[in-house]
Design a protein around this ligand. Structure first.
Ligand code: GLV
Ligand code: MN
Length: 197
């Protein structure tokens, strides 16, 4: 869903520190190399020794400059058994998930609050419409690995527990208490555990 490019490529000049309205400034094309179009970051498994027992390794334009203006990117997600990718949204992108290894459930919720969820086996592909809240969980007894591709060079992510309970500055306790029908104590308890990592 990114805008169409106006040239063959525009390898991001990340060092310029300048973000144009859409994407990064282009590197001087005389300095562009074949390796600018190669990203070797998704070959390694991410450490699942984390709060959610999962790890998203991002292959978006910030670490893969060749993607700049091309409207596409890819992540790898590693899950330990039981591990989750917590409820989140990508405001800028539709996501297509290919399960390389293991068994997961994946689901998204529509703007009418209907959950569409499926169990994926190795080789299955599932699509998550742009912007909708979704999650995954490894329901198998061994490691699971998924590749997620996006129609944006920078899908961006809002992780709901962090957006709601871990923002800086914090959303007022009273807003969260009323929104979730919980006590201030419970707001404090959830907030203390919802520290963005
Ligand atoms: C999976 O949902 C991902 O965002 O990488
Ligand atoms: Mn996602």
């Amino acid at each position: 869903s990114d805008p169409d490019p106006l040239q063959d490529f525009c390898v991001a000049d990340l060092s310029s520190g300048v973000v144009k309205v859409n994407g990064f400034a282009c590197k001087d094309s005389n300095t562009v190399k074949a390796s600018d179009f190669l990203f070797r970051g998704l070959n390694k498994s991410g450490s699942t020794n984390s709060t959610f027992s999962s790890k998203v390794t991002s292959g978006s334009v910030q670490n893969f400059p060749g993607l700049n203006t091309l409207g596409i990117s890819m992540n790898r997600v590693d899950f330990a058994p039981g591990g989750i990718n917590p409820p989140h949204t990508h405001p800028h992108a539709t996501e297509i998930v290919y399960l390389m290894k293991g068994t997961i459930i994946v689901g998204f919720v529509t703007t009418n609050n209907v959950l569409f969820s499926q169990k994926l086996e190795k080789g299955d592909v599932f699509v998550i419409p742009r912007g909708l809240m979704h999650f995954q969980q490894n329901t198998g007894s061994s490691k699971a690995v998924a590749l997620s591709a996006f129609n944006s060079q920078m899908p961006s992510v809002q992780i709901l527990p962090f957006s709601l309970f871990g923002s800086s500055p914090a959303i007022p306790d009273d807003v969260l208490a009323k929104a979730f029908q919980i006590s201030y104590e419970e707001v404090k308890n959830i907030s203390s555990k919802s520290v963005p990592s």
